[in-house]
Design a protein around this ligand. Structure first.
Ligand code: SF4
Length: 292
């Protein structure tokens, strides 16, 4: 139905959505832990609007019951406002039953849109943005070359909320290595407390193609915390979180311990589960079960 440039990635919760590839690859593509868009065919470029219109019309002709659209690839918000508005209008025209449009989002590409532009996109259905903050710690963010800071991430999350959109934040467990684990947890919690995102998920850093790029920011030797270190970091993060109503998930395959709940309501129960895991009282995912 749609010819994608593979590989294609989407958040797990978008499994029922139409994936519309409005860009190929990632406009930044420099984060040291990320190998998602490093294949030669994934070099960044915006898709032509004619191709996007064709894809939407082809889907519309099938009369499928599609209510959600995810704009791929790595950061559709890198497109200028006019292009995003045109895409949303095409979706509205040809797929009027769609109630939610979502996308990954780098803070800087949100922050370069005006409040009025964000409100217009919200009006046209763009209502959920996935923000890979990764960390709230400026030193960690600099070492992995995220190109963002605590302040830029917070501003983007506040502006998403002000525009009436929802935010879903990813934090990477272990991203500061052994060396920066504590400040990574504390400042990530501080960022979340100030931003109060609608959704928060944590994933364990995985480096399937090796750790050479991570080594570059860690004096030549990035040391991922062991299982105990990762759980202790989660314990610190969760203990510091003061969230009012955030849906929390730590159930991605990369995690040794699957957790889910609503924060703050379930904070104590989540902390108890982590403490039990640290004490070896609950089974953890084995390496082969992590499906990486
Ligand atoms: S911005 Fe996202 S997709 Fe792009 S390199 Fe960083 S983590 Fe990967």
């Amino acid at each position: 139905m749609i010819n994608y440039i593979e590989p294609l990635f989407r958040p797990p919760s978008e499994w029922k959505s139409l994936i519309l590839q409005v860009t190929n690859g990632c406009s930044w593509n420099r984060c040291h832990f990320c190998d998602m868009y490093t294949a030669p065919q994934k070099q960044f470029r915006a898709q032509k609007i004619d191709k996007i219109a064709e894809d939407i019309q082809r889907v519309a002709q099938r009369n499928l019951s599609i209510s959600r659209v995810f704009l791929a690839d790595g950061d559709a918000m890198s497109l200028p406002f006019n292009r995003l508005e045109a895409i949303c209008l095409l979706i509205r025209e040809h797929l009027p039953q769609v109630t939610r449009i979502s996308s990954y989002c780098l803070p800087r590409n949100l922050n370069n849109k005006t409040d009025a532009q964000l409100a217009r996109l919200r009006e046209l259905g763009l209502s959920l943005l996935y923000v890979g903050c990764e960390s709230g710690d400026d030193e960690v963010l600099a070492r992995i070359e995220k190109g963002e800071t605590f302040d830029s991430s917070l501003l983007a999350l506040q502006r998403i909320r002000a525009a009436g959109m929802k935010s879903s934040v990813m934090i990477l467990n272990g991203l500061g290595g052994v060396e920066l684990s504590r400040q990574h947890a504390l400042n990530s919690a501080r960022l979340m407390n100030e931003a109060q995102p609608d959704y928060l998920s944590t994933l364990v850093v995985t480096l399937p193609l090796g750790k050479a790029r991570m080594d570059a920011g860690f004096d030549g030797d990035f040391k991922l915390p062991d299982q105990h270190g990762l759980l202790s970091e989660m314990q610190l993060l969760l203990g510091e979180l003061e969230l009012e109503k955030t849906i929390f998930r730590s159930d991605h395959a990369s995690n040794y311990l699957a957790l889910k709940g609503i924060l703050g309501r379930d904070k104590q129960s989540l902390l108890t589960q982590v403490e039990q895991a640290i004490q070896g009282l609950v089974p953890l995912r084995q390496e082969w079960q992590r499906g990486l």
